[in-house]
Design a protein around this ligand. Structure first.
Ligand SMILES: Nc1ncnc2c1ncn2[C@@H]1O[C@H](COP(=O)(O)OP(=O)(O)O)[C@@H](O)[C@H]1O
Ligand SMILES: N[C@@H](CCOP(=O)(O)O)C(=O)O
Length: 310
């Protein structure tokens, strides 16, 4: 019986100023998908672990199966595949949990079907899965989870995805408070129209962040980590947001923002030592407001998802 297993990492989407257009991949944490050949044609999700029974086994609702379905329809085939998902990421966390499942499934399926696609060409199928998960086909989690590194989605129609330079010492601290916030819910608080003044500020910061990544200019990165479009509306959904920001800035963070749609917060720093000090400062704030938090450290993962060999 043919079997293939793949891993795809967690991601930080938006990176403050890049709503729906910027994201980067994290090291270590992610989802694993195993595909097994089955006799009857069609896809089935046969098992899910690590989700406390919360995720749908229904192939029309699980991002693993939705992504593979989009791929096999594009190929015009209907193979028999049974899907096993090991969730390594918390749900509704803002760490690209639905995206990591879709990407791991696609990498495994591509290998299973003898690699009909280049890695980057799997992206539209992953976007189709994100649409099912949160109602919007945003690519800023799936693109970095698939390709690794810091990724810019310059355009969606047609897709134009660019891998950016990653400064050597750039480090990330992730603060995941113990509650769930669905992406669909935190998208629903956003405004459709943006004042011209805000569009100008946001464009300046996106350009500044990208220039800072290429110049490896940490001060410029720091000045550019500012969001006037989504953060003001979403921060109110995240207890302690402004207190944590003040504390981590004091501990040397280049900046802090909402990871994806939250509630996880990300901080960028120059080097791991700073990242550890930042985490300590943040933990004190969470303790003072009585909210449990999990802390992760990571350099930027430059490889993205991959096939796991036994
Ligand atoms: N394999 C999957 N992993 C995670 N969520 C999934 C998966 N398949 C479907 N979903 C649905 O996607 C939603 C969670 O996605 P989302 O809120 O975007 O979380 P995250 O920000 O962690 O990606 C839930 O409604 C969940 O049922
Ligand atoms: N650009 C999206 C990113 C959502 O990320 P997630 O990890 O919370 O799913 C948004 O801001 O809505």
């Amino acid at each position: 019986m043919k079997t293939v297993k793949a891993f795809a990492p967690a991601t930080v989407a938006n990176v403050s100023c890049g709503f729906d257009i910027l994201g980067f991949a994290i090291e270590g944490m992610g989802d694993i998908v195993q595909l097994n050949e089955k006799e009857s044609p069609g896809l089935e999700v046969s098992s899910i672990s690590g989700d406390d029974g919360k995720l749908p086994l229904d192939a029309a609702k699980n991002t693993c199966a939705v992504a593979i379905q989009a791929m096999v329809e594009d190929l015009g085939i209907n193979p028999g595949i049974s899907i096993q998902l090991e969730k390594g990421l918390p749900l509704g966390s803002g760490m690209g949990s639905s995206a990591a499942s879709a990407v791991a499934a696609l990498i495994a399926a591509n290998e299973f079907l003898s690699s009909p696609y280049e890695k980057k060409d799997l992206l539209p199928f992953a976007i189709a899965a994100e649409k099912i998960a949160c109602g919007a086909g945003h690519a800023d989690n799936v693109a970095p989870s698939l390709l690794g590194g810091f990724v810019l989605i310059r355009d969606y129609h047609p897709l134009d995805v660019i891998k950016l330079n990653v400064p050597q010492d750039l480090y990330c601290t992730l603060l995941h408070p113990h509650f769930e916030l669905k992406t669909a819910d935190s998208r629903s608080v956003l405004r459709e129209a943006i004042p011209l003044k805000h569009a100008t500020i946001q464009s300046g910061n996106v350009a500044g962040l990208i220039a800072g990544l290429y110049e490896e200019d940490y001060e410029l990165i720091s000045r550019s980590l500012r969001d006037v479009i989504a953060e003001p509306y979403r921060a109110v959904l995240i207890p302690g947001f402004y207190e944590v920001r003040e504390a981590v800035k004091g501990a040397g963070a280049l900046g802090m923002g909402i990871s994806g749609s939250g509630p996880t917060l990300f901080c960028l720093s120059k080097g791991k030592e700073k990242a550890i000090q930042i985490a300590k400062a943040a933990e004190e704030v969470y303790q003072s407001i009585g909210l449990g938090v999990d802390v992760y450290f990571s350099a930027i993962n430059t490889d993205g998802g991959y096939v796991l060999t036994e």
